[in-house]
Design a protein around this ligand. Sequence first.
Ligand code: KG4
Ligand code: ZN
Length: 335
Amino acid sequence: MVLGVESSCDETGVGIVSGGRLLAHVVASSMDEHARFGGVVPEIAARAHLQAFTPVVREALAQAGIGLRGVDAVAVTTGPGLSGALQVGLAGAKSLAYAAGVPLYGVHHLAGHVAADTLEHGPLPDPCVVLIVSGGHTSLLLVRDLVRDPILHLGDTVDDAAGECFDKVARIFGLPYPGGPAIDRAARDGDPRAVAFPRPLLGSKDDPYAFSFSGLKTAAARWAEQHRLRGEDLPLADGAASLQEAVADVLTRKALAACRQYGVRTLVVVGGVAANSRVRALAEERCAAAGVELRVPPLTLCTDNGAMIAAVGDLLVRSGAAPAKLDVSIDPSAP
Ligand code: KG4
Ligand code: ZN
C-alpha cells in the first residue's frame, strides 16, 4: 500500500496504490481562490495545502479502507513546482512516513504525470512517447522503463506552456480562469479555419521538438484588438476554435514526428490540456493514420493528483529502489 502526496501547484492530492491498482484518489484544489488573480498565487497555494492536507489524507485512507498502519510506503513530489507548496506536501509526507515507520520516496512531478496512465491502462509499453501538456508544462518525452532508465527529454516549450497560452488568451478574450475549459466550450460553434493563427516552431530544424506559444498569444491579442478598434463584437467562437486548432496541430504533429523518428508505437498524452476536445480528436485521427496506439488517461488522472505520485512510488518499491532519507529536501527547479 503506497500513499502518494502531490502539492507542487494548486492541487493537494493524496492517492493510494497497491500493486498497480488504484485504491484511493482524493484531490482538493485551491483554484477558485486564485481565480480573481488570473493565475496561481504561491502563498495562497501553500496555505491551502496546509489546510487541506490532513482532511485529504483522512479521506484517502477511508476510501482505501485502511488506517495509517495499513500504509507500507509514502511517496511525495519533491519537484519541480512552487517552493512553499512543495514544502507543505513534503513536510506532511515525512510526518506520515515517520509516524507509520515506513520508507519515504521522493518523486519527480513529471514522472508522476507519465505514470498516471498506468492506473487506467496498465504498465507502459517500452518505449513510448509521452506528451505532457498542462498549465505548467509542455514536454515531449521518450520513456523506456520508468524507474530503471532515465527519461529522454526530447523537447519543451521555450516560453509559455500550452495551458498557459489557453489561460492567457482566454483572459484577452474576456473568458474566465482557468481559460482552457472556457476556450474549449467557446470553440464548440466556431470555425477552426476562420483565423490563420501561426504554427510556431513547426519547421524548426535545430530543435524539432521545441514548442513556443507566446507568439500565438500575441497573435490572438492582435486579432482581438483589431476587432475592438473596428468597434466590432469579437467572433469568439471562431477565435477560440482557431486558437485551439493551432495548439492541437503543433502538439500532435510534433508528438507523432517523435513516434516516427524513434520507431515508437504508443503515444501517451497527459496533463490538463489533454482534456481539450480538439487536442484529443486530432491526436486520435493522426495516431490512427500512423498506426500508433493513443493512450489518454481519464481527466481526473490527467490533472495534478496524488494517485500518479503513488503509482511511481509503487513502481519504485517493487523495483527495490532505495528510499529517501527523512532529511530529503524539495527541488523546486528539478530538471
Ligand atoms: O495538469 P493541470 O491541472 O495543472 C498543471 O498545470 O500542472 O493543467 C491545468 C491546465 C490549465 O492551463 C487549463 O487551462 C488547462 O490545463 N486545461 C485545458 C482544458 N482543461 C484544462 N486546456 C484546454 N482545453 C481544456 N478542455
Ligand atoms: Zn502537473
